[in-house]
Design a binder for this molecule. Structure first.
Ligand code: OGA
Ligand code: ZN
Ligand code: ZN
Length: 395
C-alpha cells in the first residue's frame, strides 16, 4: 500500500528558505528566528490540515492515523515566501504548515517546559485571594480573574454570595457543571447527631480532601457558609502540593512510599457507599503531583504486604505532622455568604471544633470538576479554537 520512499528526500531548490530547512532520515529541522525546530515526518503527516485529512466543519481529524506508513517521508519540501512549510509526501499527498502553527506546536523539551503551567505554591503569609460574587458570575474579566487565581493558587474565596439554600449549585452552574456524587447533590454540613460523616459532628476536622473514596475524587469543592455564628469552627486550608514538594525534597523515599502504597478509603451511609483504593499521591506523566488524597477519617485498614506496613506509617507520620503544622495551615473565620472554593486534588481543608449550643452553623457543599473550570477559562480567553495549520483554500 505504501510505496518505498522516493530516495533520497530532497529540499526543493530555487525557493526562499532553502538554507533554513534540513531533511533527515525521519525528521526535518527548520531554523526560524534563531530557533531550530525539529519535527518527525510521521507527526507532520498526521497533523495535515487539508480538507482530506480534517473534517472541515469540526476541525477533527479525518485521516486515520494508523494508516500512515512507517516509511512516510517527504519527496520534496520547501519554505515559501509566506514562511510556510510545504511538503509533498512520498505517498503523493501534499501538506502545508504555517510558521506560527509550527511554533505553537513545537515539542522540544524547552518549548514543552515553557508551556507547562507552574502552580504558585503558597509561601509564608499566603492569604487566599477573594472576589466579589457579582463580578465572578457576570462572566468576562471578573470570572477570568477568579479562574486564574484558582489555577495558580488552588483556592479562592467568593464574597457576598446570597446566603440562601441551593445558591452554591447555582454559582457552580455559572462556571460549569456540578459533579454529582453519592449521598446528596448539595451536601448540608451542620451539627447533626445522626449524621453519617464527621463533618456533621462538632469535632475538629483535620485538613483533608473530600471523597478519596472515589477512584476519581471530585477535583473542585465549593463550601458555602450560609450561617457561621457558632463559637469556633474557624476554617483551615493547606496547600497540599506545597507540603508534598517539601516532603519530596526532605525525604524522597517517604514521598515515593506514599506515591506507591495503595490505601483503601470508604465513606458510607445507611443506604449508600463509596469505596476506592489508591495511593495518597498520584503523579502525572511528567512526575508532578496530580492528585493528593488525604483523609485521616476515611482511610480503611491498610491491606498490603507486611514489609510495606512500617515504611508506610513512617512516611505517613511525617506527612501528617506537616499537614497539621502551623507552618502550612492558613486559618480564617468565614463570614455568612462566603464561598470557599478549592482545587480538590491539591488543597486540603478543615475546621476547628465549634460549640453547637453557642449559635447556628450551616454550610452547603457541592463539587465540580477541575477540567470544566479550566475549560471555562480557555473559552473566556478564546484559546479553545485551534489555530489552523494552514488555510488550504477559501472554501
Ligand atoms: C466539608 C468540610 C468543613 C467545615 O464540608 O467537607 O470539611 O468548616 N467542612 O465544616
Ligand atoms: Zn492532508
Ligand atoms: Zn471536607
Amino acid at each position: 500500500m505504501h510505496d518505498a520512499p522516493s530516495a533520497p528526500s530532497s529540499v526543493l531548490v530555487g525557493t526562499t528558505g532553502v538554507d533554513r530547512l534540513r531533511l533527515g532520515e525521519r525528521t526535518l529541522a527548520i531554523d526560524s528566528d534563531g530557533v531550530t525546530r525539529t519535527f518527525h515526518y510521521v507527526w507532520l503527516r498526521d497533523n495535515c490540515w487539508c480538507g482530506d485529512c480534517r473534517i472541515r466543519q469540526t476541525a477533527e481529524r479525518r485521516l486515520y492515523t494508523a494508516d500512515i506508513g512507517a516509511d512516510i517521508a517527504p519527496a520534496q519540501a520547501w519554505i515559501d515566501a509566506r514562511d510556510t512549510l510545504n511538503v509533498t509526501w512520498n505517498d503523493g499527498h501534499r501538506s502545508v504548515f504555517s510558521a506560527s502553527w509550527l511554533a505553537q506546536h513545537d515539542y522540544s523539551d524547552q518549548a514543552r517546559a515553557a508551556r507547562r503551567h507552574q502552580p504558585a505554591l503558597w509561601a509564608a503569609g499566603f492569604v487566599p485571594p477573594s472576589f466579589a460574587h457579582d463580578d465572578v458570575v457576570a462572566g468576562g474579566a471578573g470570572q477570568l480573574a477568579y479562574l486564574d487565581a484558582m489555577r495558580d493558587h488552588g483556592v479562592a474565596i467568593v464574597r457576598d454570595v446570597p446566603a440562601v439554600s441551593g445558591q452554591v449549585a447555582r454559582f457552580a452552574e455559572t462556571l460549569g457543571h456540578v459533579r454529582e456524587v453519592a449521598f446528596e447533590r448539595i451536601h448540608n454540613v451542620r451539627h447533626d447527631p445522626t449524621g453519617y460523616n464527621v463533618a456533621h459532628t462538632a469535632n475538629e476536622l483535620k485538613p483533608h480532601t473530600d471523597m478519596p473514596s472515589y477512584t476519581w475524587p471530585p477535583s473542585v469543592q465549593l463550601i458555602h457558609f450560609l450561617v457561621n455564628e457558632a463559637d469556633g469552627g474557624e476554617s483551615v486550608v493547606v496547600d497540599g502540593w506545597r507540603v508534598l514538594a517539601d516532603l519530596r525534597r526532605a525525604d524522597p523515599g517517604a514521598f515515593d512510599t506514599l506515591a506507591s502504597v495503595p490505601v483503601p478509603f470508604q465513606l458510607f451511609s445507611a443506604d449508600e457507599d463509596t469505596y476506592a483504593v489508591a495511593p495518597m499521591i498520584q503523579l502525572d506523566p511528567d512526575g508532578r503531583v496530580r492528585t493528593f488524597r488525604f483523609s485521616n477519617q476515611l482511610a480503611l485498614p491498610l491491606d498490603v504486604a507486611a514489609d510495606v506496613v512500617e515504611p508506610f506509617y513512617a512516611a505517613y507520620r511525617q506527612l501528617g505532622a506537616m499537614v497539621d503544622s502551623d507552618r502550612y495551615r492558613v486559618m480564617f473565620r468565614a463570614a455568612d455568604g462566603d464561598l470557599l472554593t478549592l482545587h480538590g486534588h491539591r488543597v486540603l481543608h478543615g475546621r476547628l471544633p465549634f460549640d453547637p449550643a453557642s449559635g447556628a452553623r450551616h454550610l452547603q457543599d457541592v463539587y465540580m470538576e477541575w477540567d470544566d473550570l479550566m475549560a471555562r477559562r480557555r473559552v473566556l480567553r478564546g484559546e479553545h479554537l485551534p489555530l489552523p495549520a494552514a488555510v488550504v483554500d477559501a472554501s
